[in-house]
Design a protein around this ligand. Structure first.
Ligand SMILES: NC(=O)c1ccc[n+]([C@@H]2O[C@H](COP(=O)([O-])OP(=O)(O)OC[C@H]3O[C@@H](n4cnc5c(N)ncnc54)[C@H](O)[C@@H]3O)[C@@H](O)[C@H]2O)c1
Ligand SMILES: [Zn+2]
Ligand SMILES: [Zn+2]
Length: 357
């Protein structure tokens, strides 16, 4: 990304040798997440020049000094919540909120990534997986079973971990609870699957693209609502008898966050998963929240402990409980990444995956 808003440029860059605690990975596949698009559109401020991509799977190619928990040839998934293991939040058991996860190399050290002329290029979330090779901290990686197909494994790197984890980790939806998922992209469809996995009762999927409904139903939705076909609020209140136990907002728009709170029933929980542009505020009725004791919680990267969660999600896939094949709308080449973002803008896809030979 040489400039915001513009198309991404395909360039040869310099990638440094792995330093202490770092690993060089040959990227096999990288999913395309809406958070990459947020960066391009300025909703998440990351200054250029920067290499995007944060949903990767690949094979370890080289190890830096002191890396003892991975080996060359290991199949790995990368996750943007690198953890330090010693800060307050890591030691408390919430490493996805690690206080130093984006620190990168020490000040003054050679950059991990640089242009052909040697000018530093920013690494996105310690990953930058829209590239053939990726140099990242070992603590951004988890080893997975070698029989897990890497194109499907890449989805677990962000979208699946975010959606499944919102249900399983952040709020631990109990069996039988009613669930609404607003937005059926990669993240929302994973939340639908999480709700199915825990045995939720009604699972209501809402999306402005009705072509996604057969897919959402096949992944676990019991009901689907097209907000353009009528009042989605009234439909949810009717289906749930007054509001849902859990509402997951998986788009990141002000009106849908407001709808999510309104659709949450008395004593229910609204879970904010979608990323609202950092410059925007969301007005909600505080009295409504207080008097009905609604809880509004944020969910970041599925509240993961990814070295524990991701191998488990791999097992879920391999034993048939987590469906990833259906979530991949297209496998593309790196050169097609700008067209892929256009399709995402138009809502034409579930997940797209860049595959590298
Ligand atoms: N909390 C986290 O840690 C985390 C992690 C990853 C992604 N995210 C965020 O989650 C959100 C979803 O990501 P994604 O990759 O699934 O995106 P996506 O673009 O694949 O999916 C968004 C879905 O919302 C639907 N939609 C858009 N506008 C709508 C509207 N007004 N009403 C109803 N449906 C509408 C689209 O049709 C699409 O199906 C993004 O904001 C992304 O940045 C958050
Ligand atoms: Zn993401
Ligand atoms: Zn930490």
């Amino acid at each position: 990304m040489r400039a915001p808003h513009g198309p991404l440029a395909l360039e040869d860059v310099r990638i440094d040798d792995p330093g202490p605690g770092e690993v060089l990975v040959k990227v096999a596949a990288s999913g395309i997440c809406h958070s990459d698009l947020h960066v391009i559109e300025g909703s998440l401020p990351v200054p250029p020049p920067c290499i995007l991509g944060h949903e990767p799977a690949g094979i370890v190619a080289a190890l830096g000094a002191g890396v003892t928990d991975l080996a060359v040839g290991d199949h790995v998934i990368g996750c943007l919540t690198a953890w330090c293991g010693v800060c307050k939040l890591c030691t408390e058991g919430r490493p996805h909120l690690c206080l130093s996860q984006f620190e990168g190399r020490a000040n003054g050290a050679r950059p991990r990534l640089a242009g052909a002329d040697g000018t530093p290029i920013r690494q996105f979330a310690n990953l930058s997986s829209f590239a053939e090779m990726m140099l990242c901290p070992a603590r951004s990686l988890v080893r997975i079973r070698p029989d897990m197909p890497l194109d499907r494994a890449s989805l677990i790197g962000c979208g699946v971990t975010t959606g499944l984890g919102a249900v399983l980790n952040t709020v631990r939806v109990p069996a039988g609870a009613s669930v609404v998922v607003i937005g059926c992209g990669g993240v929302g469809l994973a939340a639908v699957q999480g709700a199915r996995l825990v045995g939720a009762g009604r699972i209501i999927a809402i999306d402005a693209q009705p072509w996604k409904f057969p897919l959402a139903r096949s992944l676990g939705a019991t009901d689907c609502i097209d907000p353009k076909a009528g009042d989605p609020m009234a439909a949810v209140l009717e289906l749930t008898g007054g509001g849902a136990d859990f509402v997951f907002e998986c788009i990141g728009l002000v009106p849908t966050v407001q709808q999510a709170v309104a659709m949450t029933g008395r004593g229910g929980t609204t879970v904010l998963v979608g990323i609202v542009p950092v410059t925007e505020m969301v007005p909600i009725s505080a009295a409504d929240v207080t008097l009905q004791e609604k809880r509004i919680v944020g969910s970041y990267m599925g509240s993961n402990r990814f070295r524990f969660d991701m191998p488990k999600y791999v097992e879920f896939y391999l034993d048939g409980r987590l469906r990833l094949d259906e979530m991949i709308s297209a496998r593309i080449q790196l050169e097609q990444v700008n067209e892929a973002f256009d399709r995402m803008r138009k809502g034409e896809v579930a997940r797209q995956v860049i595959v590298f030979e």
